[in-house]
Design a protein around this ligand. Structure first.
Ligand code: ZN
Length: 241
């Protein structure tokens, strides 16, 4: 059990470099805004970006990470396969992974899911209402009946990810589509949460309820401890006749 999870927020960071409107919205980067939101809820995080050596995801850095946040969009293909392999193995060994918005197409998420993770989309700044559909879930703690975002990109069903093991949110969009916006999975000893909103030109990561969801998700996804699983042929625990 890790009372205070060690968190790394990974961000591609390219929109902030190339689009002034994104840099204005997120002067500390999307990763910086997420870290600030977690701080409001008593959590601290280190950040890492694509352009750092090893993308900031060296074996040593991952070894000291209990929960990894992932935001990517334009540069999924620039993420080195060996970094993806290291993250994949850490998730199976128990590291939590929070997959944000356009990271549905990241190498790490599609590998963990085994499907295309395709969906419908429309970047027209329409209203999104995220309904809490599992009141008992720890990720929904402290939330109202729904979260309303005045302007977001639309993602619509079908979402070609496996059926979530737990579904926390369903989004409704002004244009009429719906989407499974908060999906929980387990792979090996690791917990994975996909959370839909967070388009780079919208102020979503400044929204108080979104920040609460991300903090709740970090605590939910943190490893619960215990010995690593044992596989293969074993001697009996009791004497056999
Ligand atoms: Zn987007």
């Amino acid at each position: 059990m890790t009372p205070t999870p060690r968190i790394t927020i990974w961000n591609e960071g390219r929109h902030e470099q190339r689009q002034p409107e994104v840099a204005a919205l997120y002067p500390e980067g999307i990763h910086g805004a997420i870290a600030a939101g977690l701080r409001e809820h008593g959590l601290t995080a280190r950040t890492a970006t694509l352009d750092e050596p090893d993308h900031g995801l060296s074996a040593a850095a991952l070894e000291e990470t209990d929960v990894l946040f992932w935001w990517g969009h334009k540069a999924h293909h620039e993420v080195a396969d060996d970094a993806v392999e290291r993250v994949y193995r850490r998730v199976l060994a128990g590291m939590g992974l929070i997959v944000l918005h356009s990271s549905h197409f990241s190498k790490i998420f599609t590998r963990l899911m085994g499907t295309t993770c395709s969906l419908k989309w429309r970047p027209d700044n329409e209203k999104e209402r995220l309904w809490v559909v599992d009141r008992s879930h720890p990720i929904a703690a402290g939330l109202d009946e729904y979260i309303e975002l005045e302007q977001e990109e639309m993602y619509g069903e079908p979402f070609d990810a496996p059926p979530p093991e737990e579904l926390v949110f369903i989004s409704w969009f002004q244009g009429g589509e719906v989407f499974r916006s908060g999906c929980c999975y387990r792979r090996g000893s690791g917990k994975i949460f996909y959370f839909r909103p967070g388009h780079e030109t919208n102020p979503t990561y400044h929204h108080p309820a979104i920040r609460r969801v991300l903090a709740n998700a970090a605590r939910w996804a943190a490893p619960t401890g215990g010995p690593p699983p044992v596989f293969g042929r074993r001697p009996p625990l009791e004497q056999l006749p």
